[in-house]
Design a protein around this ligand. Structure first.
Ligand SMILES: [Zn+2]
Length: 243
């Protein structure tokens, strides 16, 4: 029988070794709205071994234009129930765990190889950033609103979310509920988060602290090296000294 991963096994940077690494990985995806539904569907189809999804929302009709996999039949159902059902149909070999609650720090565990922040809530993003930095877990930041998306891989020694956007500027950050969301920017941003995850999980390689900013109206894509802030409230030196 043809291997379902035949086409990605042929990519020289992945191969059988990379695929095995992916199958031995456990990732935590926080939020299965717009970004989370693309991230989880792409990584489940690609064959990540174990995925844990966190959310507490139900599917609404206004979600369907941008949140991959959900259908009209899912409206009114818990997102995790609907998403797990769709994902498991896409790939029966992946272990899918669900945690139906708001994000809280006690959910984070070093058993996760990677955390992917797919929330649309900046206070929660700062909390995930802080918790991952304190525990030494790599995570992928992502956000999008209107026609703009941003992604960055963050490790315990790189620039973090608070280096990028000091918390006091939180009010200036656009949120999709207020300024709308172009459905295609969600697909692009989620796919870029999944791409960063795919590279890291198959090869162990990543470029932390590089922010990609994309705009699918002007078609302007920029990569920006973010410097660590000496006055960042996250103690970056803490982990460097321990490791
Ligand atoms: Zn920082």
């Amino acid at each position: 029988m043809t291997n379902r991963y035949d086409r990605q096994l042929k990519i020289k940077q992945i191969g059988i070794v990379g695929q095995k690494r992916l199958e031995n990985s456990h990732i935590l995806v926080v939020g299965v709205g717009g970004l989370g539904s693309f991230v989880s569907s792409e990584l489940v189809k690609a064959g990540v071994g174990n995925i844990t999804l966190v959310d507490y929302d139900v599917v609404e009709i206004t979600n369907l234009h941008r949140q991959n996999l959900y259908t009209e039949e899912d409206v009114g159902i818990d997102k995790l129930v609907a998403m797990k059902s769709h994902l498991q149909k896409a790939n029966k070999d992946v272990t899918i765990n669900t945690i139906n609650q708001q994000y809280s720090p006690d959910l984070l565990d070093t058993k996760y190889d990677l955390v992917i922040d797919c929330t649309d809530n900046f206070p929660v993003k700062y909390q995930i950033n802080q918790d991952c930095q304190e525990r030494g877990i790599n995570h992928i930041f992502g956000t999008c609103a209107a026609n703009q998306g941003q992604v960055m891989f963050i490790d315990p020694t790189s620039a973090c979310l608070e280096c990028l956007y000091p918390k006091e500027n939180i009010d200036k950050l656009g949120l999709s509920a207020n300024i709308g969301t172009n459905p295609m920017i969600v697909a692009l941003t989620g796919s870029l988060q999944a791409s960063l995850a795919m590279k890291f999980l198959t090869s162990g390689k990543y470029d932390a602290g590089q922010l990609l900013v994309l705009d699918n109206w002007t078609f302007d894509f920029r990569k920006i090296r973010v410097n660590k802030k000496s006055d960042c409230p996250i103690d970056h030196h803490n982990f460097e000294e321990r490791s």
